[in-house]
Write a protein that binds this ligand. Structure first.
Ligand code: C2E
Ligand code: MG
Ligand code: MG
Ligand code: MG
Length: 277
């Protein structure tokens, strides 16, 4: 392979960068058409009460197939859309699809729809209007809507973020801090965290059974969240023993492949109907 590039590291580098750029441009154009044609889909991953294992809500996760029909991971197209500005129309589309699709199931007691936010949405100021209009149109109480954001999103643009989050909470929406514990940010801001729920990141869950040296930090994170009066959702539960560990330590809710994987709406409907019969 190195011969193709004449053994020239520089030539190799530029060629590789060129390919990456080209493929990003192709992806970006395909994503543009997909957004315009409302071809993005929403998958739903339930989260459960840790004790009863009953579904207490679902997280909406964006899904997209490129022109060849291959799924593009959200970890690829979400950052791309954030970079190009396409994240605003993309987010609006996902928000509307999720709310309209879930509206009729949200009547179940204790059932919450959780939506991932991107930093741009917190900066723009449109979010409150979007949420208010959709909630009215689909007759959804604000208390049934939850928004997930990461620590860094709040810290990076504290003023505008705090204001919008406060408004959402005043309406009655829930705020969850996603991937908690991975932001490496100062602990001092935790006092003012405008949130109701802490989602403990999968990187903690993954180590619980295999690495007892990780327990002190995991337990500190839990007691910090409980001490701040936040409810805890544990991410990435893949085994019963992991669930047990967190249930013993007063965590309330859990999400992960052990319970449910993200699934299309039709499958979610079956799961919900099975659970209630
Ligand atoms: P996230 O919000 O932390 O979502 C959870 C991710 O962890 C999902 O990946 C889910 O499939 C995966 N997951 C859940 N349980 C398990 C488990 O037990 N084991 C393992 N290995 N993985 C698990 P997904 O769907 O690929 O999403 C990746 C990220 O993309 C999300 O992380 C979120 O940050 C972002 N994202 C997805 N949809 C949207 C969206 O509509 N808007 C925005 N702004 N971001 C989104
Ligand atoms: Mg999330
Ligand atoms: Mg998460
Ligand atoms: Mg994550």
């Amino acid at each position: 392979k190195a011969k193709e590039f004449g053994g020239n590291a520089y030539a190799f580098f530029t060629q590789a960068m060129g390919l990456k750029y080209q493929s990003d441009l192709t992806l970006r154009n395909q994503l543009q058409v997909a957004i315009e044609n409302r071809r993005l889909e929403v998958f739903y991953q339930p989260f459960v009460d840790l004790k009863s294992e009953q579904i207490i809500g679902v997280e909406a996760l964006a899904r997209w197939r490129d022109n060849e029909g291959n799924w593009v991971p959200p970890d690829v197209f979400i950052p791309l859309a954030e970079h190009t500005g396409q994240i605003m129309p993309l987010s609006a589309l996902i928000l509307e699809k999720a709310i309209s699709e879930i509206a009729q199931y949200i009547a179940h007691p204790n059932f919450v729809l959780s939506i991932n936010l991107s930093p741009k949405q917190l900066q723009s100021g449109h979010l409150i209007n979007q949420v208010t209009e959709l909630a009215q149109q689909y007759k959804i109480p604000f208390g049934k809507l939850q928004f997930e954001l990461t620590e860094t999103m709040i810290v990076d643009d504290a003023k505008s973020a705090f204001k919008q989050l406060a408004e959402l909470r005043t309406l009655g929406c829930k705020i969850a801090i996603d991937d908690f514990g991975t932001g490496y940010s100062s602990l001092s801001y935790l006092n003012d965290l405008p949130a109701d729920i802490i989602k403990i990141d999968r990187s903690f869950t993954r180590r619980v059974l295999t690495d007892s040296a990780s327990h002190p930090v995991t337990e500190a994170v839990i007691s910090m969240a409980l001490g701040m009066n936040k409810s805890i959702t544990v991410e990435g539960i893949e085994r019963a023993e992991e669930a047990e560990y967190f249930a013993k330590r007063s965590c309330q809710a859990a999400q992960g492949f052990y319970y449910y994987r993200p699934m299309p709406l039709e499958q979610l409907i079956e799961v919900i109907e099975q659970e209630t019969t």
